[in-house]
Design a protein around this ligand. Sequence first.
Ligand SMILES: [Zn+2]
Length: 143
Amino acid sequence: MTSDEGSEKKATAAESDAASESRSRAEKIELGVALLEHLEADEVDLPAAIDRIETITTSPALTREILDTADKRGVIDREDGRLRVRRGGSYVQFESQVVAREGEFTCRRCGAGLSTGHFIVFEAGELGPFGSDCIRKVVGRES
Ligand SMILES: [Zn+2]
């Protein structure tokens, strides 16, 4: 049952929170791997990585699956509770990969109310909204 997803492109900007909550498990995994892949640090400890993955899922099982998948694909190396990010040379580009939208949002990381939501746009989907401070933490620009 694989309908060609690529040819059916109906996504619009109207996809918002509701859509991101109903993401499938597979989509969350892709998003998680993309997030790890784009971390702006060569090495993070496990809690810091999990803190970021929690913006996608709070399920420990799914978190583990994201880490396993990233490991298997060679995106990260795990050693002694730390993650080394194997760099494909792709930090999140703020200019092209982060979009800001006006509206009433709740930061996915800290729960603060926002009038401007920042979203990271990955091939696998969008992650957000985040406040301006939290988005920097999520992409690893600040720890
Ligand atoms: Zn926040």
